[in-house]
Design a protein around this ligand. Structure first.
Ligand code: HEC
Ligand code: HEC
Length: 132
């Protein structure tokens, strides 16, 4: 009898441990997020980016604390359109030659590949999905 109880406790412990990451994982906010730090605001939807890991974009996230905005202090908080460094908000979204983390445009370019219609839609400056 004791053995069964012990096994039960062990099973419960393992199950809880496995469930932890699920319980702790942050939820992505509802669609329609307005990214308004620059002149041409963009609407971002998490639901259309569900195939990716949170950390693919929220690359400084430690996996448990609150997720920050791209434009938060100490992140991409330089809103000068011509700024070039990693703090540049514009570059974070538009840099096509990134190494470790993809920008919106570098990933969209990869996704579109040779499909010209998709390229226009996902990498265009106007009348596109990003800048309608
Ligand atoms: C394709 C890129 C991408 C992926 C993948 C992604 N996010 Fe986001 N997330 C964004 C962008 C862009 C914003 C808007 C940030 C801003 O306004 O500067 C955002 C905003 C957020 C915010 C709101 C932050 C704030 O203070 O307003 C939370 C919370 C969040 N994401 C959680 C998640 C979680 C959890 C996941 C994984 C399940 C996830 N995100 C996956 C790009 C992404
Ligand atoms: C790692 C890859 C990746 C990154 C990074 C990424 N996207 Fe996307 N995005 C996609 C894919 C895939 C689609 C869907 C393409 C399709 O099937 O039509 C998409 C579609 C979109 C669309 C059109 C669908 C909709 O929700 O209106 C918008 C707008 C968009 N992305 C904005 C952004 C913005 C803004 C960023 C950066 C903050 C970003 N994306 C970063 C992969 C990415």
């Amino acid at each position: 009898m004791k053995k069964i109880l012990f096994l039960g406790v062990v099973c419960f412990a393992i199950a809880s441990f496995c469930a932890l990451p699920v319980l702790n994982a942050a939820d992505a906010p509802a669609d329609g997020l307005k990214m308004e730090a620059t002149k041409k605001p963009v609407t971002f939807n998490h639901s259309t980016h569900g195939d990716y890991e949170c950390k693919d974009c929220h690359h400084q996230w430690d996996g448990s604390s609150a997720i920050k905005k791209c434009s938060d202090a100490g992140c991409h908080d330089n809103f000068d359109r011509k700024a070039k460094g990693p703090d540049s908000y514009y570059q974070a979204m538009h840099n096509r030659r990134v190494k470790d983390v993809q920008s919106c445009i570098s990933c969209h370019g990869d996704v579109a590949g040779k499909d010209r219609e998709m390229k226009r839609e996902l990498t265009g400056c106007r009348k596109s999905a990003c800048h309608p």
